[in-house]
Design a protein around this ligand. Structure first.
Ligand code: DMJ
Length: 672
């Protein structure tokens, strides 16, 4: 206060007021806010302070300045990190949807060992997403929609793209290894040596991506008609027989044979090949949740091998879904007791729950075709599991049969005894029921194993010579070449529809380097098989025909006995048409198949769903439906139809796959 009084003459009062009473001064309107005045005033104030006061103030300023510098640096860091974080957040937000939408590699992309990419390591490595619909062989269940007509295409593509994105997500979550759904190839490093040389690393399914890159071959009208037929058949099965063995489409119920969902399992790979994703997924769920083999039930070794084991193995290969391999192993193991016989020739029946096996009640014989047509499946099961017991058991049967006497120029009798291991009922030779697939599997095992097992080829070649020598004849008036039967030296002009597998098998052999005259014979025989349809009133073949050896006025080549005039929706002719078209490209085979499909639709289709066997192929106005849809109609007949109408040789490439006798494709171990 003394200080202020010493400066009382002039402006000092103002100063005083300006320092101590500022607000009031403002209120009075005497406030001078000029810069020069403020500077002077501060300086005066400073001068009035004691040295100590000034030192304290200076020290405080210095201290604040140091703090200021320090906090500036750390705030900068903090700011930087805030900025970075928000960028990271932005990237992450973009990345999560990208991760979901990106088209993942079919197999997980290899990660570099030193790569450190934070929470989403693959982001910086991710290729730009491919449009799902461009891919040919999508992963598990991402079945590429077959291209239909252009009107439908856009809508389907959009729907499919959405479905596939969902699937992409699923696949990422489950991290399943995945697989081509069509024309899978065995990579060189996945192929195996013939089993005799190497048993065996557990195998992977016959995947592959390279194939997946190819442009899809558009699906055509006839294939669409097959899809429509399949869907109709499936509808009946689903509505009235779901999870049971066979549909009875007229009584809208089902029949049970083994109680193992036979039709459903037989149809799995057909759905895959036809691109019926929804149906496949639904059936897969049933397999996962409801298919139980631990059941006190007798099954026929051959039928359950070709339909169930074969169906599961091929579906595993096409889908890459290990569920099917697990189920295949289970049923494979449960069938093994059949081989516990004195001769090691298996019994016909096995109780898969109890682990016991037995021959039919009336005999200790087994059927030759049955014990020699389980090999492709058991051999493949060994290759996949690394467990040699399956293959050993079936190889032993083949080796034994190879050495047996009782053949006639390579032709085998129909029965074999499980105690003695000898053929029985000697002297009757047929390529029909009870012997048919013995011949088929000689060739197909040879192909499966990479064409190295010479005994198989030898037996096959000898058998075809036997057919030519003993069983071929020509009918009148059309001079159709057919395969009859021999009974104790007497030729019978009887031919089962089952024999119509033979043209296809002969053509497959010729394709694999066997003599060209096999192909010639295939061409003449398939014409005959077609005539077995074309010469009949409904355009459908009966179960058995008899050919006329002598021309008679008003008689066709084909005669049908009342007991034989049923049609069970069998596949053999369509099967052979498929091979013939694949190897020759002659469209007449497709046309013949088309006629057959139309006649199935005309005479065997049940309006409420499903197709039925019929009792009388000679009566178009009443073909007498039998009320049963055999599982092979979906497993084989419609599948071969679809393949016959396709121009895509990679749709089950025959240099990479061999079909079992129930039309389930299994990989060739050393593909051509
Ligand atoms: C199928 O189970 C198989 O094709 C078998 O080889 C013969 N019988 C039926 C079809 O007709």
């Amino acid at each position: 206060a003394a200080m202020y009084s010493g400066a009382a003459a002039g402006p000092p009062r103002r100063d005083f007021i300006s320092v101590t009473l500022g607000p009031e001064t403002v209120g009075l309107g005497g406030y001078n806010n000029s810069k020069a005045w403020r500077r002077r005033s501060c300086w005066r104030k400073w001068k009035q302070l004691s040295r100590l006061q000034r030192s304290v103030i200076l020290f405080l300023f210095a201290f604040l300045a140091v703090c200021g510098v320090i906090s500036y640096t750390s705030m900068g860091e903090a700011w930087k990190s805030i900025t970075n974080k928000s960028l990271d957040d932005q990237r992450t937000e973009q990345a999560i949807p990208r991760l979901k939408l990106a088209n993942p590699a079919v197999l997980p992309a290899p990660q570099k060992a030193d790569a450190n990419h934070g929470d989403y390591p693959e982001l910086s490595l991710q290729k730009p997403p491919k449009l799902p619909h461009v891919r040919r062989g999508p992963p598990n269940l991402q079945i590429k929609a077959p291209q239909r007509d252009t009107k439908l295409k856009t809508r389907h593509d959009t729907m499919r793209a959405v479905e596939e994105l969902v699937e992409v997500d699923k696949v990422e979550k489950t991290e399943k290894s995945v697989i081509s759904w069509r024309g899978a190839v065995i990579e060189p490093d996945q192929s195996t040596e013939p089993p005799s040389n190497k048993i065996m690393e557990p195998e992977k399914p016959s995947s592959v991506e390279a194939e997946d890159q190819k442009e899809p071959v558009p699906i055509n009208e006839r294939q669409l008609a097959v899809i429509e037929a399949f869907r109709h058949a499936w509808k009946g099965y689903k509505d009235f027989a779901w999870g049971h063995d066979e549909l009875k489409p007229l009584s809208k119920s089902y029949s049970e044979w083994f109680g193992l969902g036979l039709t459903l399992i037989d149809a799995l790979d057909t759905m895959w090949i036809l691109g019926l994703k929804e149906e496949f997924e639904e059936a897969r769920k049933w397999v996962a949740n409801d298919l139980v083999f631990d059941k006190n039930v007798d099954v026929n070794l051959f039928e359950s091998t070709i339909r169930i084991l074969g169906g599961l193995l091929s579906t595993y290969h096409l889908s890459g879904d290990s569920l099917f391999l697990e189920k295949a192993k289970d049923i494979g193991n449960r069938l093994m007791p059949a081989f516990k016989t004195p001769s090691k020739i298996p019994y016909s029946d096995v109780n898969i729950g109890r682990g016991t096996a037995h021959p039919p009640r009336w005999t200790s014989d087994s059927t030759v075709a049955e014990v020699t047509s389980i090999q492709l499946e058991f051999r493949e099961l060994s290759r996949l599991t690394g467990d040699e017991k399956f293959q050993k058991a079936v190889d032993e049967v083949m080796k034994h049969v190879h050495t047996l006497s009782g053949k006639n120029d390579g032709l085998v009798p129909m029965f074999i005894n499980t105690n003695s291991g000898q053929f029985t009922h000697l002297g009757v030779y047929t390529l029909g029921a009870r012997a048919d697939s013995y011949y088929e599997y000689l060739l197909k095992q040879w192909i499966q194993g990479g064409k190295k097992e010479n005994e198989l080829l030898e037996d096959y070649m000898r058998a075809i010579e036997g057919v030519k020598k003993h069983l071929l004849q020509r009918s009148e008036p059309k001079k159709l070449t057919f395969v009859g039967e021999l009974a104790h030296g007497h030729f019978s002009a009887k031919m089962d529809h089952l024999v119509c597998f033979l043209p296809g098998t002969l053509a497959l052999g010729a394709h694999n380097g066997l003599p060209a005259d096999h192909m010639k014979l295939a061409e003449t025989l398939i014409e005959t098989c077609y005539q077995m349809y074309a010469q009949v009133e409904t355009g459908l073949s009966p179960e058995i025909v008899h050919f006329n050896l002598h021309a008679q006025k008003g008689h066709k080549d084909v005669e049908i006995k009342p007991a034989d005039r049923h049609n069970l929706l069998r596949p053999e002719t369509v099967e052979s048409l498929f091979y013939m078209y694949r190897f020759t490209g002659d469209k007449k085979y497709q046309d013949w198949g088309w006629e057959i499909l139309q006649n199935f639709n005309r005479y065997t289709r049940v309006p409420t769903g499903g197709y039925t066997s019929i009792n009388n192929v000679q009566n178009p106005s009443n073909p007498e439906p039998r009320d049963k849809m055999e599982s092979f109609f979906l497993g084989e007949t419609l599948k071969y139809m679809f393949l016959l109408f396709s121009d895509d040789i990679d749709l089950i490439n025959l240099d990479k796959y061999v079909f079992n006798t129930e039309a389930h494709p299994l990989p060739i171990w050393v593909p051509a």
